[in-house]
Design a protein around this ligand. Structure first.
Ligand code: AHM
Length: 331
């Protein structure tokens, strides 16, 4: 096993980088990694078992819930509840946050916000999906009191750590705790996430641009002008390349490694865009900024937006610094 560094070993090595570190934070990451492996197992055999398709219900956003959404939501919440190291969870799938009430959890100083299965409308057609998570230190005080709404409604600049798991051609966990970004690939033969992408840096300028072109006529003129410009633009003689998976995690993961921009601007029928600030945009912004990139709503840094509600949406432009600056110059 020479040369293999597992996620657990890596976290233990890094524990001293955190102020007030007691191991609690490391154990939360371990719990998330464990739930990620369970979800990986189900996603991988999804076509073989009765877990594809819709549950027949809609979530708080009015979107149809897929069976795997529900499965992933339950697995992550269970892992965090039984882990006893976090005080509560807010999830895309639940209308309000869940405060854990056992003795250990109540005394914990952390809460988690997450989208347990992002891009789940892709699952039936075997396209990559992901889990997005972020960890905050509680604001409400943490001895003997359940967590409160204010613990989740913190600016992205207060994130302690954030990450995503991509269930793709391989399953990877990528996270930052504010000291750079590292990626771990799941080796299914040993059931461990192993460090495969240390110190990820996003190229300052890339060639990939990603957005839902079906929304073209609903964009403002400024966005249409920008995408028209992308059709013609080249970098060192190479044309920009349009790529859109329709899974934010997959689109951003590609751009993080290769360089590019992902955007979900406002449209005439969705004036705040589609993606959620607290558990989608903030964690991705933290990761991309830590890798040297940029994430804004066109005018303001994503991580400085003050959240007013758990499921708040925001337009987002995220990726290689020069490309995000370029789109901003059109706005
Ligand atoms: P979901 O959380 O319901 O899966 O929605 C989020 C997804 C993102 O992963 C993706 O970038 C976006 O929705 C795609 O939206 P659209 O189908 O409008 O292009």
């Amino acid at each position: 096993m020479n040369g293999i560094l597992t996620l657990d070993e890596f976290i233990i090595q890094r524990q001293t980088e955190f102020d007030y570190s007691t191991g609690e934070f490391s154990r939360i990451l371990r719990d998330i990694g464990f739930a990620g492996k369970v979800v990986h197992r189900e996603v991988n055999k999804a076509g073989l078992v009765e877990i594809l398709g819709k549950t027949g219900t809609t979530n708080v956003q009015g979107e149809e819930v897929q069976k795997l959404d529900e499965y992933a939501n339950n697995r992550f919440i269970e892992a965090l509840r039984f882990g006893g190291e976090c005080a509560g969870v807010c999830s895309e799938e639940n209308e309000t946050f869940i405060a854990f009430d056992d003795k250990n959890s109540i005394d914990s100083k952390y809460v988690i916000a997450m989208d347990p299965l992002d891009g789940s409308s892709n699952i039936d057609v075997n396209v990559s999906v992901g889990t997005i998570f972020t960890i905050y230190r509680r604001k409400s005080g943490f001895l003997g009191k359940p967590c409160q709404l204010e613990d989740f409604l913190q600016r992205g600049t207060s994130q302690v750590a954030a990450g995503y798991i991509i269930y793709g051609s391989s399953t990877m966990l990528v996270y930052t705790a504010g000291h750079g970004v590292n990626g771990f690939t799941l080796d299914p033969s040993i059931g461990e996430f192993c460090l495969s992408h240390p110190k990820i840096r996003i190229p300052k300028k890339g060639v990939f641009y990603s957005y839902n072109h079906g929304n073209y006529t609903k964009f403002d003129d400024s966005i249409r002008n920008y995408v028209d410009h992308c059709f013609k633009e080249t970098v060192n003689g190479t044309s920009y390349g349009y790529r859109y998976v329709g899974s934010m995690v997959a689109d951003i993961h590609r751009n993080l490694l290769k360089g590019g921009i992902f955007m979900y601007p406002k449209t005439s029928d969705a004036v705040n865009g589609k993606l959620r600030l607290v558990y989608e945009c903030n964690p991705m912004a933290f990761i991309v900024e830590q890798a040297g990139g940029r994430a804004t709503n066109g005018h303001q840094r994503i991580m400085e937006i003050e959240p007013k509600e758990l499921h708040q949406r925001t337009p987002i432009f995220i990726g290689s610094e020069d490309m995000v600056l370029e789109v901003e110059s059109f706005l």
